[in-house]
Design a protein around this ligand. Structure first.
Ligand code: ATP
Ligand code: MG
Length: 554
């Protein structure tokens, strides 16, 4: 397992666990991450993964990966595989503890029989609408089903016939017999089993009745010896039911603990919506670099360490809250600033001719790969008579604080010389198309350099050797802070979330590996796309800008 970089931050769940261990109520810590394989994992799931695996790690326990595959109509093998890959990529290891709820179908069925025999469950034959109508409200009790007092024998027989496929979907349902007047609606005879003639990706056509979440989840936890079953707040009202089943079945009872789910601005996290974005081609797929999915973020170039750090930073609490997308982006920058090698590439080129060098001049200059980490080595970059700089690094009439290039001004070229702009060449329409500059060849590696007062440093590439590489400039997928507030969240989509440009890049950027992320100096962080790149033909995704330009400044 990957170690956390710092001491884990304390939270109310750790406090509960500390107490459980201190009082001897629990001897160890066994948690689980229980995804339903009906979509790809998103950043909210990452919070749950970091929490569950993180707790297991720091208490020397273990965390299970369990697929909650009780709803065959929406589940697929592709999702199972993607979830495993994502959890592993995040740096967590379930070891031998990979489980599927479907492995317990037989046991769950036996437990259902047990409850029927104990008079604690019955087959209801009302329609779904009837049942809904009789559920009551928060202020009124529900109305008992006319089938509630069926005999044990009749219930056993009907349940058996449900199982053997005699009935159509919805014809009957198995319900727990608890209390139709319970103030907690979840206890008003909740459904345990439903008929569903659907092919299951693991059990095939063996079953045509499937357990409901509430009847399955606690028992799955129990079978696995889970000690602390951590879930999101919306399950708090289900806790009495979770406990009721375990108590009636007289089996090991884990403790359910609820925490507030992650909400992140400028995105949506409902799997239904993410699936719609994919199916309706608003994005390329679940792993589109704009998606809040773990696979999208990986492809975008977010390091796993940044996602873990983010989850640690935002903490775990009981109050609903929103986290700003900028917090995640800043965490990504913090990690990449340490790890990403530096390169030079120009996205919006302006030609610069060095007039005091012959047209065939070519030299190789050494450039460090990281300003603070000499152990990352260096590379050679060509310098010649003709270069490109970023268009925005030149201004015809630069204001006082503009330390880059303007007519008669000097600037340092990163890893190279100080140049002075002697002449500005414009085309017929008045647009600047070239700068004629002279280089002071005595300024290489000299800072400060004699006779110069230069504050600005700009990036550049040598024209003849520059590689034209495709770059995807990604921005946030939604332009509204809370897309769910829009009439239709699709209306909040950012039309400019993906723009294709071409970079003029130093030659070393041809020789890269898929998934590698670089800082294009002064431009941003860029990751080699793992899907669209081929040998010697990298395609770059902009991971994140260097600074949060939304707050002003650059
Ligand atoms: P749904 O049940 O609607 O399909 P889900 O997001 O609950 O969606 P699951 O696969 O059931 O998906 O989730 C697996 C685990 O991840 C659950 O324990 C759930 O509590 C947790 N989880 C899901 N979304 C978030 C979130 N936004 N923040 C924190 N944890 C989350
Ligand atoms: Mg769920």
């Amino acid at each position: 397992m990957t170690r956390m970089s710092q001491e884990p931050t304390s939270n109310f769940i750790r406090t509960i666990i500390d107490e459980d261990l201190a009082t001897g109520r629990r001897q160890q810590v066994i948690t689980r991450f229980p995804p339903e394989p009906n979509g790809y994992l998103h950043i909210g799931h990452a919070k749950s993964i970091c929490l569950n695996f993180g707790l297991a790690q720091s208490y020397g326990g273990r965390c299970h990966l369990r697929f909650d595959d009780t709803n065959p109509s929406k589940e697929e093998l592709e999702y199972v595989e993607s979830i495993k890959a994502d959890v592993a990529w995040l740096g967590f290891d379930w070891g031998e503890h990979l489980y599927f709820a479907s492995d317990y179908f037989n046991q769950l069925y036996q437990w259902a029989l047990l409850l029927i025999k104990a008079g604690k469950a019955y087959v209801d034959s009302q329609s779904a609408e009837e049942m809904r109508a009789k559920r009551g409200t928060l202020t009124e009790p529900g109305i008992a089903s006319p089938y509630r007092e069926r005999s044990v024998e009749e219930n056993l027989e009907l349940f058996e016939r449900m199982k053997s496929g005699e009935f159509a979907d919805g014809a009957h349902i198995l319900r727990a017999k608890i209390d139709m007047a319970a103030p907690n609606m979840n206890l008003r005879d909740p459904a345990m089993y439903r008929i569903l003639h659907a092919h299951h990706h693991r059990t095939g056509d063996k079953w045509c009745i499937y357990p409901m979440y509430d009847f399955a989840h606690g028992q799955e936890d129990s079978i696995e010896g889970v000690t602390h079953s951590i879930c999101t707040l919306e399950f708090a009202d289900h806790r009495p039911l979770y406990e009721w089943f375990l108590q009636e079945l007289e089996i090991h009872a884990p403790q359910q603990i609820e925490f507030a789910r992650l909400n992140l601005s400028y995105t949506v996290m409902s799997k239904r919506k993410l699936l719609q974005l994919v199916n309706d081609r608003h994005v390329e797929g679940w792993d589109d670099p704009r998606m809040p999915t773990v696979s999208g973020m990986r492809r975008r170039g977010y390091p796993a360490a940044a996602i873990r750090n983010f989850c640690d930073k935002i903490g775990v609490g009981k109050a609903h809250s929103w986290i700003e997308m900028s917090v995640l982006e800043e965490t990504v920058r913090e990690v990449l600033n340490e790890t990403a090698q530096r390169r030079m590439a120009v996205l919006d080129p302006l030609k610069v001719t060095i007039t005091n060098l012959p047209a065939d001049h070519l030299e190789e200059l050494q450039a460090p790969n990281h300003p603070q980490q000499p152990e990352l080595g260096s590379r050679m970059i060509p310098f010649s008579h003709e270069l490109y700089i970023e268009r925005e690094d030149f201004m015809l009439e630069p204001p006082k604080k503009f330390f880059r290039l303007g007519p008669g001004c000097e600037v340092r070229l990163r890893n190279a010389y100080i140049i002075r702009c002697d002449e500005v060449v414009k085309d017929a329409s008045g647009e600047v198309i070239e700068l004629k500059c002279s280089a002071d060849l005595d300024t290489l590696g000299k800072n400060p350099a004699d006779g110069h007062k230069v504050k600005g440093i700009i990036h550049w590439v040598s024209a003849a050797q520059a590689q034209r590489l495709p770059v995807r400039i990604y921005d946030r997928l939604f332009s509204q802070e809370n897309p769910d507030k829009a009439e239709n969240y699709l209306q909040a989509l950012n039309p400019a979330s993906r723009q294709l440009v071409e970079a003029l890049a130093e030659p070393s950027l041809l020789n890269v590996r898929c998934g590698e992320t670089f800082q294009f100096e002064r431009v941003g962080y860029f990751c080699v796309d793992s899907k669209e790149s081929s040998a010697g033909q990298p395609v770059f995704n902009r991971t994140v800008t260097l600074r949060d330009s939304r707050g002003g400044g650059n």
